[in-house]
Design a protein around this ligand. Structure first.
Ligand code: IPD
Ligand code: CA
Ligand code: CA
Length: 265
């Protein structure tokens, strides 16, 4: 576990918001739900958790900017630090009573992601990392899986849904990965997908059309667990291109090769 003042701020904020999410998950059928766009839902639970996170982070680090999924960008007086906050990653799961969702908080310093916390309140799993200090799940140090053969791998992905570009390309990629991998999964929480890569539960994960709050924390956690993270084109700054491809060095290279293959005519 990392015992630094920054980690304490982040994990305390997340635990506080998690209590609210857990309460709301227990009464999910009574929650107020609205649509932000086609296939994109938001509930009172998302808003409540975000308020708690915002309050705790602003109190502990006044002046830091925030990029909040539900509120938007809150400029800070400190131009060097910015939180990226997803108060509930996996809203669709949550609203369907599927116990697979999390809170994700990442800290950017001078354009670099330096710390991340992803918490699954149902399994009580806290994934944390700080640049240069390693990645942990509760008290256990994390390391990405060592598998080198794609045929043994479990690959996670995010599927486009109603309201997202339908990507003939995605179908092509999915077919290419299905043909060579041990299994494909769509779990429904981008942040947990990355945390699971760090923990060796997934060998690989790729997804396009994400947002900074989906991947900010996961980026640090996967890299600190020894994994490789790029965008789907191999670029090193997924926070600006908003797609992700990650895993261990060998399988990551192989997956990138599959994603880059041109569509057959
Ligand atoms: C979504 C989840 C999902 C991913 C979507 C995200 P939300 O976040 O992470 O797994 O496929 O791209 O938007 O809306 O539940 O916070
Ligand atoms: Ca999200
Ligand atoms: Ca969300």
């Amino acid at each position: 576990m990392i015992r630094s003042p920054l980690m304490t701020v982040m994990t305390d904020a997340v635990m506080k918001a998690a209590r609210s999410l857990k309460r709301d998950f227990g009464e999910v059928e009574n929650l107020q739900v609205s649509r932000k766009g086609p296939g994109n839902f938001v509930s009172a639970a998302d808003h409540r958790a975000e308020e708690i996170l915002r309050g705790a982070l602003e109190k502990a680090r006044p002046g830091y900017g925030l990029v909040l999924e539900e509120t938007g960008v809150v400029e800070g007086t400190d131009a060097t630090h910015r939180w990226h906050v997803d108060p509930l990653d996996g809203t669709t799961n949550f609203l369907h009573g599927i116990p697979h969702f999390c809170i994700s908080v990442g800290l950017e310093r001078e354009g670099q992601m330096v710390a991340g916390v992803i918490y699954d309140p149902i399994k009580d799993e806290m994934f944390v990392a700080e640049r240069g200090k390693g990645a942990y799940l509760n008290n256990r140090r994390l390391r990405v899986a060592a598998r080198r053969d794609m045929a043994d791998s479990v690959v996670y992905c995010g599927l486009p849904h109603l309201g997202r570009p339908a990507h003939p390309r995605f179908l092509h990629e999915m077919a290419a990965v299905m043909a060579v991998s041990g299994g494909l999964r769509r779990m429904g929480s981008a942040a947990l997908d990355m945390a699971y890569v760090a923990a060796g539960r997934a060998d690989l994960y790729w997804e396009r059309d994400l947002q900074t709050w989906d991947i900010a924390a996961g980026l640090v956690i996967v890299r600190e667990a020894g994994g490789f993270v790029t965008d789907c084109e191999g670029g090193l700054n997924p926070m600006s291109t908003l797609s992700v491809c990650c895993g261990n060095e060998v399988l990551h290279r192989e997956l990138l090769g599959l994603l880059k293959k041109p569509l057959a005519r």
